[in-house]
Each structure stands twice: as C-alpha cells, then as structure tokens.
Design a protein around this ligand. Sequence first.
Ligand code: ATP
Length: 277
Amino acid sequence: MNDTTTQTASAQSAQAATDAAGEPILKVRNIETYYGPIMAIRGVSLEVPRGQVVTVLGANGAGKTTVLKTVSGVMDPQKGQVIYEGEEITRQDPNRIVARGIGHVPEGREVFPFLTVLENLQMGAYLRRDRAGIQDDMDRVFDYFPRLKEREAQHAGQLSGGEQQMLAIGRALMTRPKLLLLDEPSLGLAPLLVTEIFNIIRRINQEQGVSILLVEQNANVALNAGDFGYVLEVGRIVMEDTCANLLQKDDIKEFYLGQKEEGVRGKRRWKKKKLWR
Ligand code: ATP
C-alpha cells in the first residue's frame, strides 16, 4: 500500500469511527440571525442525528425558514455555530455548503419556470462531474416521482404546485445530499398530495440514508414522518422531544394538531405559550 492509499484508508476509517460513534450529522449551536435590526432567531440550538428525520414545528413567522437559511449559508448568523460532519461551516458560501452534501429545498419551491423539468434537474447537478452518478440519480428521481418523467420536456412553470414541489425535491436530490433541508413541503398542497410527498420523503430517508431537517406548520404530517422534533416560537426553541412523545403532549395536541380544525388561534395560544417558558 502506498502513502496516499494508507492516508485514504485511515481517513475512511476515521470517518467510519465518527459515524459509528453517533456524531450528529448537523449541530446548530446557539445561533442568532437578523434581518437588519430584526432578530429572527434568538439563540437556537438543535441536532440532526445521522440517518434521522428531524422536524422543526412552528407557526407563521416563528423563524423556521431563517433556521434553514442559516444552515445552508444563505444567511449569516450574528452569533453561534453551524457544525456539519464535525466541521464548522458557519458563514461559508452556499455553493460550498451544497458541495459538502447539504441540499436545500426552499419554501415555495422556487423552480426555474422557463426551464424544462429535465433542465431543472440538470441544474441540481451543476457542481458535479460524475456523469454516470448523475444519470443514476436522475433515474432514481424519476423512480420516486414518475410524474416528472412524464413531464420531463415541459416547462417547470406549467406544472401544478405538487409537481413543482416534487421537482424542487428532485433537484435537491441531484446534488446527492447527505443532509436534506426541507422548507414546508406541504405548503399549499391538497391532503392526498401531502401524503404522497411525505411517503417519498420517508423513502428517501430510509432507502438512501439521507438525513433530513424538515420545517413545517403541518404538525400532523411532520410528527408522523419525523423521529425527533423541536417546537419553535418567536425565534426560540420552546419544546423538544421524540416525535412519538410530542404527538402525546397536550400543548401540541391543542395548538398544533386540533386547534386548526376548530379555527381558534390567538388568545388561547398565547396564554399557553407562556406556560412553555
Ligand atoms: P413562515 O411559515 O411564514 O415562512 P417562518 O417560521 O419560516 O414563517 P421566517 O420566515 O424565518 O419564519 O421569519 C422569522 C421572522 O423574521 C418573522 O418575524 C419575519 O417577519 C421576519 N422576516 C422574515 N424575512 C424577513 C425579511 N426579508 N425582512 C425582515 N424581516 C423578515
């Protein structure tokens, strides 16, 4: 064995040892992120264990999108650290973060409307040079989302909301991520489509071992798809537990599961929120 082979082998065994030791793939430590003078995230810490689905629940404006943008490098935090696979990536350029294996599916899909479905997927692979791998991943995306295959020559702007969500997830998969950040994949979709998309998110996690950080307002689907969950309120984590336990908690039942159907928000929620602090 030459030196390079020995080094590569030892790097791989070091990586394997880290993975085996259960080091979370992502650690967010006490981040504070601002929009100008507005502090949107007020000291958030969370972890994504390797191979798990972690969800962050929160109402409108709680700061969910800002957490994901801070992880993917779209926004820089004023304080705190983002640690991915044991290395600090805080404030790195988003393209470097993508190349490291973090794929971000933004809120509202944001596909390229005047490019075809196929071209949108190819854009996801623009940092890659491994043609065979790219083709494999394209086949896998079409396997998850057969409707994208049927519409591969259509402009993305002509797709339905659900199909655009599928395309946005597919485009992120073309980066071959180890960690996928999903921003409200259920937003604006009919219940059947939400179920379909969440089944595929679970398959991506289980079949490909992709770790997932999912932010959602739809607590029901998120808690049923996730392993561990955090509740974010006005830029702070107010509760964390396994999703199974969160599903049993009265606060979650009242304000994130049942309350929507009753159409009651506002006062009652505010009163209860204070109890969490
Ligand atoms: P939603 O579910 O509505 O997307 P969210 O939980 O993702 O909400 P964020 O979008 O992260 O919340 O917003 C967190 C806070 O930052 C909110 O108070 C919001 O008003 C504020 N904010 C978000 N974007 C901007 C911006 N571009 N300029 C100023 N304030 C912003």
